[in-house]
Design a protein around this ligand. Structure first.
Ligand code: DGT
Ligand code: CA
Ligand code: CA
Ligand code: ZN
Length: 502
């Protein structure tokens, strides 16, 4: 870096973060300050947004790009990464960082820890002794995963990884690890509300800890829970740390649902339709991999109208016989017979009642007409006595198509009134219902089912994403139908028949 030239102008303190950006010399900072008349980072950001950075004489395009990235102004809706991809990349980076012996503790922070459905950049917090900070930043800059450094500070490095994702890695000591974890988990809005609440109670809260403003005493910082305790409020799960609810409302949420509470996966496709695995293979895999599952529901897409990748109705009997045969071998009814059927234009399921009645579990899904308002079709499907669940109810595909228009209040009312479950489809590009709709649905008393919608063995892990959406939607165990036993599912089906009769 050129910043060690003898006659470098000093960098004014409010503009210090500019000086820490890769390839930005004190002279460049001075040029930016003088030519744009900026005296704070806020001014700088405004100038960047207004396209004035490009007018600074002597700044090269590569430098401008680094500045935009450092202030995260290169983020667009398109540049956000699906949670699943970011989680895999983030966990891999975490494992790589844990191999440095000075790292005592490492965790994901930011939107990844909050499990937002899409991620702007990866945030990681490491714990190590103050003496090791410089040395570790040097090692991180040189590790195999690093493609380019965007900015560095005494306790922070921002980089582009070889997989082209951006990551912020921050360092803390044991003393204030919990305070930094709380701060960098965010969201910014939540952090700000917590800070004001702390101030009202006479504390100063920041990434370095919680301090009593009157006495100057350092009261908490090692653990997040210590800070909550000192503030006199209950611990809040990261998935709920958004800005949509008041602090008081957040305090009354019951324990959130967890993956280990799920007792089965209720949407699975096999090689009878568009999946790659046999029913026997799936049953063997799941009984070993997720031993807490008590049942699984095979729901191949059955259709007479579509030629490819579906099960023709004529084959339903044969598939049922195959399931019976495997259940016999396993010694109990682990595998349930389900189906996914299309919701037609008029809201009726494609398959006739006689066909639907043969199944233990019927999912009806919209696979056509994604642009029109689909309220009527969804309500009609709920009112059908043979339909137990609506699959991927909003139809969105992240990054490809938005949810179709629908009056969600009316749909949720219909689902609650008819005793029909709605799905949280866990495929990484669906996550449908999303967190916001999940929250609205459970408030209306709708029961949800978290499904993988798997086509191949590796897809079964997706349900963990669905669980994250449920948690972000403030669901507890009672809101999720497949946390119940199969007897509970049968009771739910019987209740629908009762509700429709009354
Ligand atoms: P993203 O990356 O767009 O998916 O969203 P986040 O939430 O990961 O945001 P990011 O990466 O810009 O910052 C990570 C966390 O750091 C953020 O959730 C809260 C904290 N943070 C960053 N800037 C501020 C700030 O100005 N004030 C407060 N209170 N917290 C901040
Ligand atoms: Ca982030
Ligand atoms: Ca970040
Ligand atoms: Zn589907």
């Amino acid at each position: 870096m050129k910043s060690h030239l003898k006659n470098s102008p000093p960098i004014p303190a409010p503009l210090a973060p500019l000086g820490r950006i890769r390839d930005i010399t004190p002279r460049d900072v001075q040029a930016i300050q003088q030519q744009l008349g900026v005296n704070s980072i806020k001014d700088v950001i405004t100038a960047i947004i207004n396209g004035r950075l490009e007018t600074v004489e002597g700044l090269k395009p590569a430098q401008i790009k680094n500045i935009r990235r450092a202030f995260k102004l290169n983020k667009t809706a398109d540049s956000r990464v699906p949670l699943w991809d970011a989680r895999l990349a983030g966990e891999e980076l975490l494992r790589a960082l844990c191999q440095f012996p000075e790292v005592e503790k490492a965790t994901l922070t930011g939107s990844l820890r909050r499990s937002k459905d899409t991620i702007g950049d990866i945030d990681i917090l490491l714990q190590l002794s103050e003496a090791d900070h410089r040395k570790l930043l040097y090692k991180i800059a040189r590790m195999a995963q690093t493609e380019r450094i965007i900015a560095t500070g005494p306790h922070h490095i921002c980089l582009i990884l070889r997989n082209q994702l951006q990551a912020d890695i921050r360092l803390a000591t044991r003393k204030y690890f919990g305070a930094s974890l709380l701060y960098y988990t965010g969201s910014t809005q939540y952090g700000d509300s917590l800070k004001s609440m702390a101030a009202q109670k006479g504390f100063r809260l920041g990434p370095l800890g919680l301090v009593d403003m009157q006495t100057g005493e350092y009261v908490a910082g090692e653990q997040e829970t210590d800070i909550y305790h000192q503030l006199g409020i209950g611990y809040l799960e990261p998935e709920l740390r958004e800005d949509h609810q008041s602090m008081a409302a957040l305090q009354s949420i019951p324990p959130l649902v967890s993956f280990s509470q799920l007792k089965g996966d209720m949407q699975i496709h096999t090689n009878w339709s568009d999946g790659t695995e046999s029913i026997a293979g799936i049953a063997r895999y799941l009984s070993h991999t997720f031993p807490h599952y008590q049942y699984i529901v095979i729901t191949d897409h059955v259709s007479a109208k579509r030629p490819n990748h579906v099960l023709p109705p004529a084959d339903v009997f044969r598939q049922a016989a195959e399931i019976d045969r495997i259940n016999d071998q396993m010694g109990f009814g682990y595998i349930k017979k389900g189906v996914e059927t299309d919701i037609l234009e008029n809201g009726e399921p494609e398959l006739a009642p006689e066909v639907l009645q043969q199944f233990d579990w019927v999912i009806a899904s919209i696979h056509t007409d994604f642009t029109r308002d689909n309220t009527d079709r969804l309500i009609k499907a709920c009112e059908n006595p043979y339909v137990h669940c609506i699959g991927h109810p909003s139809g969105r595909m992240i990054g490809m198509r938005p949810p179709y228009p629908a009056d969600w209040n009316a749909v949720f009312d219909a689902a609650a009134r008819t005793g029909t479950a709605l799905e949280i489809n866990s495929r990484p590009n669906r996550l449908d219902l999303n967190d916001e709709l999940v929250r609205k649905a459970v408030r209306k008393g709708v029961k949800l089912v978290i499904n993988s919608d798997a086509r191949t063995l590796s897809h079964f892990d997706f349900v963990k994403l669905g669980v994250s959406m449920a948690r972000r939607g403030a669901c507890s165990k009672k809101d999720i139908l497949n946390t119940g036993s199969w007897e509970d599912i049968e009771a739910f089906k019987a209740a629908k028949q009762q509700l429709l009769r009354s």
